[in-house]
Design a protein around this ligand. Sequence first.
Ligand SMILES: [Zn+2]
Length: 87
Amino acid sequence: MQITILVGEKPDYQMKPGEAYKVKWHIENSDQTKDILVVCCYKCGKTGWTMEHDHQWHDDGTVTINPSMLCPHCNAHYFVRASQIVE
Ligand SMILES: [Zn+2]
Protein backbone atom coordinates (compact mmCIF):
# COMPACT_ATOMS: atom_id res chain seq x y z
CA MET A 1 0.00 0.00 0.00
CA GLN A 2 1.21 3.50 -0.66
CA ILE A 3 0.31 7.15 -0.14
CA THR A 4 -0.88 8.87 -3.33
CA ILE A 5 0.30 12.47 -3.41
CA LEU A 6 -2.22 14.74 -5.13
CA VAL A 7 -1.43 18.02 -6.85
CA GLY A 8 -3.61 21.05 -6.20
CA GLU A 9 -3.75 24.47 -4.66
CA LYS A 10 -5.70 23.67 -1.53
CA PRO A 11 -6.29 20.55 0.54
CA ASP A 12 -9.42 18.78 -0.60
CA TYR A 13 -11.20 17.37 2.42
CA GLN A 14 -12.99 14.86 0.19
CA MET A 15 -9.73 12.93 -0.14
CA LYS A 16 -9.94 9.16 -0.16
CA PRO A 17 -8.09 7.05 2.41
CA GLY A 18 -4.41 6.84 1.49
CA GLU A 19 -4.38 10.10 -0.46
CA ALA A 20 -2.44 13.19 0.57
CA TYR A 21 -1.99 16.78 -0.55
CA LYS A 22 1.43 18.43 -0.64
CA VAL A 23 1.16 21.94 0.80
CA LYS A 24 3.58 24.69 1.84
CA TRP A 25 3.81 25.22 5.59
CA HIS A 26 5.16 28.48 7.01
CA ILE A 27 7.71 27.61 9.68
CA GLU A 28 6.93 29.47 12.88
CA ASN A 29 9.11 32.52 13.65
CA SER A 30 10.86 32.40 10.27
CA ASP A 31 10.40 33.47 6.65
CA GLN A 32 10.86 29.89 5.48
CA THR A 33 8.38 27.34 4.28
CA LYS A 34 8.59 23.59 4.01
CA ASP A 35 6.57 21.13 1.98
CA ILE A 36 4.36 19.00 4.19
CA LEU A 37 1.44 16.65 3.61
CA VAL A 38 -2.20 16.77 4.54
CA VAL A 39 -2.82 13.05 4.83
CA CYS A 40 -6.12 11.17 4.65
CA CYS A 41 -5.50 8.23 7.00
CA TYR A 42 -5.56 4.97 5.05
CA LYS A 43 -7.35 3.25 7.95
CA CYS A 44 -9.97 5.72 9.23
CA GLY A 45 -10.18 8.29 6.39
CA LYS A 46 -9.67 11.26 8.71
CA THR A 47 -7.21 14.08 8.04
CA GLY A 48 -3.87 14.75 9.66
CA TRP A 49 -0.97 17.12 9.01
CA THR A 50 2.77 16.38 8.99
CA MET A 51 4.25 19.77 9.93
CA GLU A 52 6.04 18.23 12.92
CA HIS A 53 7.78 15.64 10.71
CA ASP A 54 10.93 15.65 8.60
CA HIS A 55 10.27 15.05 4.90
CA GLN A 56 12.76 13.63 2.43
CA TRP A 57 11.40 14.34 -1.06
CA HIS A 58 12.72 11.99 -3.71
CA ASP A 59 13.31 12.73 -7.41
CA ASP A 60 10.43 10.44 -8.44
CA GLY A 61 7.94 12.49 -6.38
CA THR A 62 7.73 10.06 -3.49
CA VAL A 63 8.46 11.02 0.10
CA THR A 64 10.04 9.48 3.16
CA ILE A 65 8.74 10.83 6.48
CA ASN A 66 10.41 10.68 9.89
CA PRO A 67 9.57 9.89 12.59
CA SER A 68 6.77 7.37 12.11
CA MET A 69 3.17 8.49 11.58
CA LEU A 70 0.59 8.20 14.34
CA CYS A 71 -3.02 8.96 13.43
CA PRO A 72 -4.61 11.06 16.20
CA HIS A 73 -8.05 9.70 15.32
CA CYS A 74 -7.62 5.91 15.14
CA ASN A 75 -4.07 5.46 16.51
CA ALA A 76 -2.87 3.86 13.26
CA HIS A 77 0.93 3.71 13.55
CA TYR A 78 3.03 3.33 10.41
CA PHE A 79 6.14 4.41 8.58
CA VAL A 80 6.24 6.14 5.18
CA ARG A 81 9.23 5.09 3.09
CA ALA A 82 9.33 6.39 -0.52
CA SER A 83 5.54 6.85 -0.16
CA GLN A 84 5.08 3.19 0.80
CA ILE A 85 3.09 2.58 3.97
CA VAL A 86 5.05 0.22 6.23
CA GLU A 87 3.36 -0.97 9.40
ZN1 LIG B 1 -6.66 7.05 11.31
